[in-house]
Design a protein around this ligand. Sequence first.
Ligand SMILES: *[C@@H]1O[C@H](CO)[C@@H](O)[C@H](O)[C@H]1NC(C)=O
Length: 415
Amino acid sequence: TQARSHGGWRGSEKEQKPPGLLEPRLRAGTTEQSPLPHLIGQSKWQARIQGGGDKEPPLVGAAAPARRELGTRLGVAATGVLVCHPGAHLHPASPAGIFNGVKLVVETPEETLFSQLGANVTLPCRYRYEPALLSPRPVRIKWWKLSEDGAPEQDVLVAIGLRHRSFGDYRGRVRLPQGGEREASLQIWDLRLEDSGRYRCEVIDGLEDESGLVELELRGVVFPYQHPRGRYQLNFHEAQRACEEQDAVVASFEQLFRAWEEGLDWCNAGWLQDASVQYPVTLARQRCGGLGLAPGVRSYGPRHRRLHRYDVFCFSAALKGQVYYLEHPEKLTLAEAEEACREDGARIAKVGQLFAAWKFRGLDRCDAGWLADGSARYPVVRPRPNCGPLAPGIRSFGFPDPQSRTYGVYCYRPR
Ligand SMILES: *[C@@H]1O[C@H](CO)[C@@H](O)[C@H](O)[C@H]1NC(C)=O
């Protein structure tokens, strides 16, 4: 449950790419249809890259506004289409403050911190003066979280000397460890899914203020989710609810991008946290936008939160509890399945829990079982004959008749 941090510190952000998780390719059964005839909602970022003069909308990866703010590293895919990679931060270096010939310098780690649900983590931030000062000066320290487009989203904590105040969801969960001189690091306890993202640490000394950026990512898995009625049924608010009901949250662009790098390929467009709609393609093909488009995360741009309907990409983090296939003499109806888990001192598992168990615990079972949303699925880590497609993934049977006795059940027991 330790946060992992590597490498150096940044005064200004450098180009760094966090190591990808070496996990099996995620391949769920896709409906091979092109999500929309063309992409709309071209971002400013793309317009800049493409020069704005192309007739075709740019079918490139990474169109989320976050990309623009973060800065991007560009790679040229085989087809000549620009692809944008995460983790390359061309953040404009803020000039160090200068007063009376003394500079205030704030340092944060260059690389993304990884942690997991329920863990305690420290977001490192230090400051110093150049040249060093002999006597300490009083400073005010402020932490806040950035939204995906880089705007301040939420105040986290403000501290002056030993007094500090925390805000919103962070109240009672954050503090500045006392003692360390020139120390502005933030401790967060009991990490939640929503805590992942970028934080800014600001040190205010009289007239000067300097700040640094810290990125925190939770280990997790991105999965596409469809409403029981089928494709493209969810507006943004319903999409948020759908993920919550699966013990997950709506995925951020960063999370979807990482999942794409790890092989997620899904030919239905889904909501992301910033209310944009995108889909990841690793293998260009005719029925999924055509062969002429480079693989990438393709974006429709921001969509109307209430009026537009799509699928959703959910993000579920590594679990504390255990997901297992219930050994039971007979196949069960959905209601019997729920009851059988209860009798076993557990609950019927949610979709997000099954994905997390598959990804982080290597849950591998060739028996389809009911899940809490009324779908039937099974997780495969080591593909084998008579066990679905020859790639690891969660196989889905959709939402069968709840009365049918064709399936077993996956249960979840919290620890
Ligand atoms: C996090 O810190 C709190 C307070 O120090 C402690 O009670 C708790 O056990 C810690 N949790 C983990 C997962 O280390």
